[in-house]
Design a protein around this ligand. Structure first.
Ligand code: ATP
Ligand code: MG
Length: 258
């Protein structure tokens, strides 16, 4: 069964990439063959796995715009069982170029069709916008994971995100469903974090993962070393949290009757 999880929230800096990289690494460490697709021109997931985006010969841009075969783009990362479809600056152009192309919402889905059965999990990291790259990710995926930062205005723009999901569902990808909401950058020293968390849980109940990702310096340092947290500081609270989140994701995906 394909489990293709798009990590999306058009709000910037809420922990999409951190969640994408660390969940991907933890899934791989749990023995799941995993592919991470970096669909953000910032290429933070690519560099977070230790690759220099300036040295990427072919990126996911070529896969969706030039129909370059995916096996020419695919990179095996240093993490066993974890592959990457990297991004680079060229992807900036795609946002504009896609507008002119027929079937523009389906290009990522088509690009990964030939390899999707080779993986247990595919994760897609998206840019902070609801533009065509994110729409491509929502069409290619069957689940959405939404990171929400435990801050004021956490839910700002959330209605628009849900609206976009509904639109994609009704017109482009009927099987799309929300896998869950993950609360990120939780600071146990402040009341604000717990207030936001309570409020989000009141609104969205079981859709919110039990695991909460703490604010942790180690998590923010790890990308600078090109490593997921479990390879940077396995004993840190951030590593522990992403391992727990991974268990919850596997539970939701593999034990739910579908
Ligand atoms: P963008 O919208 O720009 O793609 P994003 O949603 O992908 O951003 P991240 O890049 O994952 O967000 O995180 C934003 C910043 O916050 C990064 O510098 C990251 O290292 C840091 N960060 C993410 N999660 C945590 C955390 N739990 N604790 C501390 N810092 C974090
Ligand atoms: Mg990001």
């Amino acid at each position: 069964m394909n489990r293709i999880i798009t990590i999306a929230n058009q709000k910037g800096g809420v922990g999409k990439t951190t969640t994408a990289v660390n969940l991907a690494a933890c899934l791989a460490a749990a023995g799941k063959k995993t592919l991470l697709i970096d669909l953000d021109p910032q290429a933070n997931a690519t560099s977070g796995l230790g690759l220099d985006k300036r040295l990427i010969a072919k990126s996911i841009y070529d896969g969706i715009i030039n129909s370059t075969p995916i096996d020419q783009i695919l990179v095996h990362t240093f993490v066993p069982l974890l592959d990457l479809l990297p991004a680079n600056d060229q992807l900036n152009g795609a946002q504009v170029e896609l507008v002119e192309i027929e079937n523009r919402e389906f290009l990522l889905q088509q690009a990964i069709n030939s390899i999707k059965n080779s993986y247990d999990y595919i994760l897609i990291d998206t840019p902070p916008s609801l533009g065509l790259l994110t729409v491509n990710a929502l069409v290619a995926g069957n689940k959405i994971l939404i990171p929400l930062q435990c801050e004021y205005y956490a839910l700002e723009g959330f209605a628009k995100l849900l609206e976009t999901i509904e639109l994609v569902k009704s017109s482009l990808n009927p099987e799309l469903a929300i896998l869950g909401i993950i609360l990120t950058m939780y600071d146990s020293r402040t009341n604000l974090s717990s207030q936001v968390a309570d409020e989000v849980r009141q609104h969205f109940g079981d859709r919110v993962f039990k695991t909460v990702i703490p604010r942790s310096i180690r998590l923010s340092e790890a990308p600078g070393f090109g490593k997921p947290i479990i390879f940077y500081d396995f004993r840190s609270s951030g590593a522990e949290a992403y391992i727990k989140l991974t268990q919850e994701v596997i539970e939701r995906e593999e034990t739910s009757a579908r």
